[in-house]
Structure formats: C-alpha cells, structure tokens
Design a protein around this ligand. Structure first.
Ligand SMILES: [Zn+2]
Length: 416
C-alpha cells in the first residue's frame, strides 16, 4: 500500500497527461498514492520542496495502460493452432486438464509482463476468478471477472447457478488489495444459456456490479447464434439454444446483456452499422482486441464507426494463447495501423479510453489531480516536435522503463 506520508515528484523531459496538452520539463506530484498536481518540474518543486524527486531524463511520462480485456492464465509458446476460432477453441478445451498444472505460474508471468509494459489497470476474465490471486499480487489495480459455465453445475437450474456464482464472488472479494476487485462474467452466447445469462445480467445490475462478456467474436459464433449450426455446434452439441435467428449483438441485447455496466469484448465479426447503433443505444462499452481477432481469423471490429457513434472503446490484449504479448501499447499500435488512427488517438485508447470503457474514468486513465498516480515512464527522446506516435511506438517496443501504480513504483528497469 502507498505510504500515506510519502510524497514524490516524478519528473521527465515530457509529460503527456492525455486530458490536456503535453508539458515539457514536466512532472507529476504524488501524495498518498494519488496525483496531487501536474505541471513543470520547477513549479512542482516550489509546491513541494520536501518531496523526493525521481527524475527520468530522456523519458516521457504517460498514464499507465488500462487493459480492458485480458486473460492471465495462458503462456507463451504452446498455443493451439490459430486460423479458425472453433478449431482453436477445440484445441484449448482439449488442453484444459494439462493446463491446470501451470495456470497459476502463467498468470504470474503474464501479469509481470503487463507490468513491465506499463500496465497499471487490468480487466481480467478467468473461470471462477481463478487468476485473482496473481492479479492481486502483481501490484496492478484491476478487476477479475469470474466466468462460470452452467455445464459445471450438475444439472442445477439457472437460478441456483447464478446464486452460487454470486456467493462465490462475494467470498473472493474478502481480503483483496484496495484497488483489486472481483465482478461477474457471462463468458459468451455459445457457452452460457440465455436464462443464466439474463439472470446474471439482472443480478449484476441489482448489485451495482460490472459484467464482462465476449460478443460477436467469430464467424462461428454468428452462425451458432443465428442458425444453431457450424463449428461451435460441433464442440458444444448439448448447448441447444443456438439458432435464435438473430445476430449475436441483437441476441445479447434481447437477454439484457448490453448495458452501461458491461464491457463487451471483441465485436469483430458480424457487426454492421445496425449493430453499432444497438451498441450505442444500450450504452455498453467495447474492448478491442485486434491481434487476437487476426490470429483467429475473426475479422476487424468496426471501431472507428463505434467511436463516431459514441460507444466507449478500450483496448485489450486478450490472453497469450491468442495474442503475442501482454503489452497493451503494442496491441494499440497494431490498432493504430489497422484503422489509420494517429498517435494521440492511440495513446488515448490505451489509457483514458479503457478507463472510461470500464467505468473508472474518474479514477485513472489520465494525469489529473485527484486520480490515482498510475504512470508509465517511457524511454523516448522527446526531441522538438516528438509526437504521440513516437511515444506509443517506444512503449510498444519495450521502452517502458518504470511503472507506477497508485503511487507505488511496481517496476523500475534501472533497479531490477
Ligand atoms: Zn477473451
């Protein structure tokens, strides 16, 4: 926990607050884990003459990355083959028994990789919240969304299943660090039946909880939901609710899964203008995972159109079995190239965009007095006219030299 007495100034050649213009020879004054002021080094030194100054010449300070959709429990190297979502998922399911032996270690390593890439907040989804201990131990702030699979409940009814999941989450919430919590996830339209999904969404609303869901990720999901056929039907033959005659977005809307407290991941296949309109009107937020979508041949999410219509969009790395790294800035650089965004839009998506999508825009995502001191120190030589794109490229390419979450230095390359 941050030492409440501790005051520090983080100073660098350039500070990019995101919510206001860049500051040359800038600094961030941190007190009790939160940002107390943002300004020039000389001004902040006058404001807090006793503060310890941590000066990073040749660096830029940006807000820490907010990863809006990730899975920690996968590892590098032995991913199931990509190319098709249903083949990949079949491979993943086949390996679940052997995976148990290394999930915790993978989660620790994935979290560490994210921290070393400047991530300060992560929205993680894992079965029954299994990666909560590793997120809690990482130094990052974040939420673990506990996924549940009705098939695991020995024929219990939706009511009983959702009650049991809610109780489990309430238990998991005990004894967590201040900025780590556990919420609920409805995994997807092809793994959770409509009634359990509807009940989980309703309970989440009643309890004031947040909810995460995968929606409209793959061509196979579109086919399952619309027609009840295709590759996912081969895997989940007993899931008889497919064939709703709707797009996944319309289906999710029909069972109450799209709402402002929900983060919907992927939205990569089968999202037309009409579906974007549905997303905008329900207030649901989106997590964009373009590298995973490419690996699994899932298409390109219409993110520019969503942003234009006011849908809140954040970036997500997904997990290491469908994505090459846990570096959210690298994911974002990929999106910048894919959609033709400029660097400023990219940096905003990776930070404040994710925070707004997750409903925590008042707490993190930009460098403003009152927010948590969540910072990434990026080794970039901000020569005259150094652009946001150069800083994003540096952060994407291993240039994060230090990460500060809630005022605590959780990574410092110079000292590790
Ligand atoms: Zn996912």
């Amino acid at each position: 926990m941050p030492d409440p007495e501790h005051t520090a100034i983080y100073a660098a050649d350039l500070v990019l607050p995101i919510s206001r213009p860049a500051i040359r020879e800038g600094a961030v004054l941190v007190r009790e884990g939160r940002i107390s002021a943002v300004g020039t080094i000389s001004d902040l030194r006058k404001d807090a003459p006793d503060a310890e100054v941590r000066h990073f010449p040749g660096h830029a300070i940006i807000p820490g990355a907010v990863n809006a959709h990730a899975h920690l429990g996968f590892r590098h190297g032995d991913a199931p083959e990509g190319g098709s979502f249903s083949n990949w998922l079949a491979g993943l399911i086949e390996r679940l028994p052997e995976k148990e032996a290394w999930t915790a270690e993978a989660a620790r390593n994935s979290a560490r990789e994210a921290v070393e890439a400047g991530t300060t907040f992560m929205a993680e989804s894992s079965p029954y919240g299994e990666c909560l201990p590793q997120l809690a131990g990482s130094g990052m702030a974040g939420t673990v969304y506990a996924e549940f699979f009705p098939g695991d409940f020995d024929g219990a009814g939706p009511e009983e299943i959702v009650d049991s999941v809610v109780r489990k989450i309430q238990d998991l919430r005990g004894g967590l660090p201040e900025r780590v919590d556990c919420q609920i996830s409805v995994h997807s339209p092809y793994t959770v039946d409509p009634e359990s999904s509807r009940l989980a969404a309703r309970r989440a609303r009643e309890l004031g909880w947040r909810l995460a869901v995968h929606v409209s990720e793959s061509p196979e999901e579109v086919e399952f939901v619309r027609n009840g056929t295709g590759g996912l039907t081969d895997i989940f033959g007993s899931n008889e609710w497919g064939g709703a005659g709707l797009s996944p977005v319309r289906y999710a809307e029909s069972i109450g899964l799209l709402a402002p407290n929900v983060i919907a991941a992927h939205l990569a296949t089968g999202v037309s203008d009409e579906e974007v309109e549905v997303l905008a009107s329900t207030g649901v937020a989106a997590a964009h995972c373009p590298r995973s979508n490419e690996f699994l041949n899932c298409g390109v999410s219409p993110v520019p159109c969503m942003m234009e219509r006011g849908v809140r969009v954040g970036m997500g790395t997904d997990g290491l079995w469908s994505s090459p790294s846990m570096n959210l800035f690298e994911e974002t650089l990929f999106a910048v190239k894919l959609h033709g965004f400029n660097g400023a839009t990219g940096l905003r998506l990776a930070t404040l965009g994710g925070a707004l999508a997750l409903g925590i825009g008042g707490e993190t995502g930009s460098l403003e007095a009152g927010k948590w001191a969540d910072l990434a120190l990026v080794e970039a030589v901000p020569s005259d006219g150094a652009s946001e794109l150069e800083i994003l490229e540096a952060a994407a390419g291993g240039g994060v030299a230090a990460t500060v979450a809630g005022g605590r230095l959780i990574y410092n390359r110079a000292e590790s």
